[in-house]
Design a protein around this ligand. Structure first.
Ligand SMILES: Cc1cc2nc3c(=O)[nH]c(=O)nc-3n(C[C@H](O)[C@H](O)[C@H](O)COP(=O)(O)O)c2cc1C
Length: 175
């Protein structure tokens, strides 16, 4: 798909329903390249990307996130065929922010490929519980890294309208 960056920014939506179609390895490579090309403070690249296509792992993390959160969150991955977990170097000043920039690069690249995605903070709860270290190991986070954010990706099963844009959130000063 040939889409301008602005088109990708304005048409990206959080997609919470996916078809059963898989995301192929060529598409995944595009997404991970987009992630790896993200800017980072001092070019430290203090992130790691774990691509998860295992439903079993996603179900386990989903159930544990609900347990720790204290409420049934349902499938926090929305039955997406793939999720990418971003972990960051815990000692890094900017690693969490850098990871946020990288996850948006992935979301925009997914839009450009005609895929849907949703950025996911809920998996954090699974890492906060007593099984957190086991999940960090299972997802092969490098030593000293912790969960930052995840993103589910797949083929959208429905469209979604844009969220309300709030111009009052912007202040212009000067001429
Ligand atoms: C840091 C972050 C964490 C989020 N976590 C979740 C989540 O766990 N589950 C979910 O369904 N959506 C999650 N979202 C998606 C937001 O709900 C969504 O971006 C917002 O409602 C605006 O909708 P839009 O993305 O379609 O414009 C998250 C978004 C961000 C930026």
């Amino acid at each position: 798909m040939n889409m301008s960056v602005l088109d990708a920014i304005t048409t990206r939506r959080s997609i919470r329903e996916y078809t059963s179609a898989s995301v192929d390895s060529r598409q995944l490579e595009v997404l991970l390249n987009a992630a790896l090309q993200s800017p980072s403070a001092h070019n430290d690249q203090p992130w790691h990307f774990t691509v998860v296509r295992s439903r079993e792992i996603m179900d386990d993390i989903s159930a544990e996130a609900s347990r720790v959160y204290g409420r049934d969150l349902g499938d926090i991955f929305y039955a997406a065929p793939v999720a990418i977990f971003i972990s960051y170097e815990a000692d890094s000043n900017w690693g969490f922010l850098d990871s946020g920039i990288a996850v948006e690069n992935i979301a925009l690249a997914a839009t450009g490929l005609g895929l849907g995605s949703v950025i996911l903070g809920y998996p954090l709860y699974a890492f906060k519980g007593h099984r957190g270290p086991d999940f960090e190991q299972l997802l092969e986070f490098p030593k000293g890294y912790r969960f930052a954010i995840a993103i589910a990706i797949g083929h959208p099963a429905r469209t979604k309208s844009a969220h309300e844009s709030k111009p009052e959130k912007v202040t212009y000063l000067g001429e």
